[in-house]
Design a protein around this ligand. Structure first.
Ligand code: ADP
Length: 268
């Protein structure tokens, strides 16, 4: 696969995760891919500056993945060159006491970007139809109604100036095993290993089913999902950067016109 739309979940389409590759390089050599990536980073930096200066639109980027899917490293490599003033990464953990006493979108809404900014969600409101469903943390009736709430919430963001784009970093169960074994062998990575994650691995098929439903029900025109093959890391980063640049270019942020005539300003 080589075109961006090959990785897009077409709104209203049925999803078979097995039809999406978890390992791919889009017929590119790594060197070519890295060159294009550097170029995309430059364009993204330029677009972000415009977005910030214009302050009329915002961008929300959502990352979801199974454990070892590479959310942290993708966020780091793709966003590093951006100006930190206009970017924030928000990580969602299990809700605390206060959050549990509100609706599931309460903590999410207050972390959406203000106009001019880019926010990146490392996990998101989708946990409320993933882990919550798989681990039965809420009754079915409760999580079933959330797909529609999510669609309406994302549409609201879109209509009020925030573009939403969502990435599922897709890996195979075998690849996860390799990554977990690597983590165990490297003391510098032990902090990333949580024996409790093995319980999620046992529920792999249930999670894949929950992901399938979330992708199918919540990939919309105003907030699309992309299934990114995440096992070849340089290609994963390249695809994410392509989508972000394409999205920002379609938003077409512009520097505001000056409120003064630069030719008439005298600086002593
Ligand atoms: P990560 O794996 O993203 O690097 P952690 O190891 O701290 O970060 O994991 C965060 C945990 O929080 C995950 O197990 C995730 O399923 C859980 N979590 C996030 N949102 C929710 C939610 N709404 N309800 C229950 N658990 C959640």
């Amino acid at each position: 696969m080589s075109k961006l739309k090959d990785y897009l979940v077409r709104p209203g389409s049925k999803v078979r995760l097995k039809d999406f590759p978890s390992r791919d390089h889009g017929r590119l050599e790594e060197g070519e891919g890295k060159k294009e990536f550097a170029d995309l980073q430059e364009r993204m930096t330029n677009l972000q500056e415009r977005l910030y200066a214009e302050a009329k639109q915002a961008l929300l980027v959502v990352f979801q993945a199974m454990d070892t899917g590479g959310k942290d490293s993708t966020i780091r490599s793709v966003l590093t060159p951006l100006h930190p003033t206009g970017v924030r990464v928000v990580s969602f953990k299990a809700p605390n006491e206060t959050e549990r006493h509100h609706d599931f979108l309460w903590r999410v809404h207050e972390n959406t970007p203000q106009l001019g900014h880019i926010h990146v969600f490392n996990r998101s409101h989708y946990e409320d139809v993933l882990v919550v469903r798989v681990k039965r943390l809420a009754p079915e009736k409760r999580w079933r109604s959330r797909y529609e709430h999510i669609n309406q919430f994302e549409e609201l963001l879109h209509d009020d100036g925030t573009r939403v784009v969502k990435f599922f970093l897709h890996i195979s169960k075998e690849y996860q095993k390799e990554r977990l074994l690597k983590r165990l062998k490297n003391p510098a990575k032990h902090w990333k290993f949580n024996p409790a994650d093995l319980a999620d691995r046992k529920l792999w098929d249930d999670y894949q089913q929950a992901y399938k439903d979330a992708l199918e029900r919540c990939s919309t025109k105003h907030a699309p999902w992309y299934v990114i093959p995440a096992e070849t890391r340089w290609y994963r980063d390249l695809l994410v950067a392509r989508v972000l640049v394409e999205t920002l270019e379609s938003m077409d942020p512009k520097f505001p016109a000056p409120t003064f005539d630069p030719d008439k300003i005298v600086i002593d």
